[in-house]
Design a protein around this ligand. Sequence first.
Ligand code: FE2
Length: 328
Amino acid sequence: MESRPETVAAATTILGLCGIDHDDRVAIWTDTAKRGPLPQAFLTAALVRGARPLLLRGTETASQLLAAPPEAALKAFRDCDLVVDIATQPWLYTTANADTLRAGVSILQVLLEEDDVERLVPRQQIADEAKRLIAGLAGAREIRITSPKGTDATIRCGSRRFAYQAGFVEKPNHLYDSIGVSAITFYPERGAVDGLFMVDGPISLYPRCFLPDEPVAIRVKAGRAMDIAGGRDARRVAAWLTSYSDPDSYHFSHTGFGLDARASLSALTPVDAESLRGGVNIALGSSMFPQGGGDVVSKSHLDAILLDATFQVDGETLVSKGQVVSDK
Ligand SMILES: [Fe+2]
């Protein structure tokens, strides 16, 4: 499919931020279920950057969440500097994803369609802010999340460290990112989370994202979601989790907060949800993500956002009732 000049321009900007340069090898990974101009736009953008692109198209992975690409594609990725991942289903949090990253290959996930890629094109300033924030949290011991709706939870940091996403990769330490995602993230160890989360913002049951009519109450004990209550939407979330028949679907995977003022509740993509500036994220399920230190592999991953929460680290307030404190 032919791509608009604006889409190619956005893709070129993104590959530039990723440091793609002359003779770099860029694999563009897509599948037969994926429509739209993004694979072609990234192919053109890679050529504009002077790189050597390789366009790989597999059969669809739409029927299974967190399905890894076939072995032949994974082998081809090993010879590349960057994989632009335009697959239908996310394969972040899979062992294949972690192994590719451990081989030193960067992966840039593309969950958005072209209009949203242009709208949320990554910005260096947001990455700089994220890096500043996590540098200040280097020795964090405890995260506390509260909200007027009744959220009250504690996360013990142990040896884990904060990570960030800003929509582009940066070698050598930031090998994974997802276009449009701008957030601070923290992946706790097993058993390190206790409390109640009142989810009043978007909930991503991939690939869908919806806004609950009334808050969904998720009670977490020793790092596992034990109870999900709150009416029709809570029943939907519980049924989605049950459908995977995987005990680790209930593992508390990550928390953190969004940093992009352009991300919008009206767009309601999973990427917007996680990036809403001042929105506090929580997730259940797989956490296998070397950059964040997560190590639990599950068949599912659910993201949910608290819109009015306060996020504190060792008593310092970073987000107050849905607002990043430095914006005040
Ligand atoms: Fe997540």
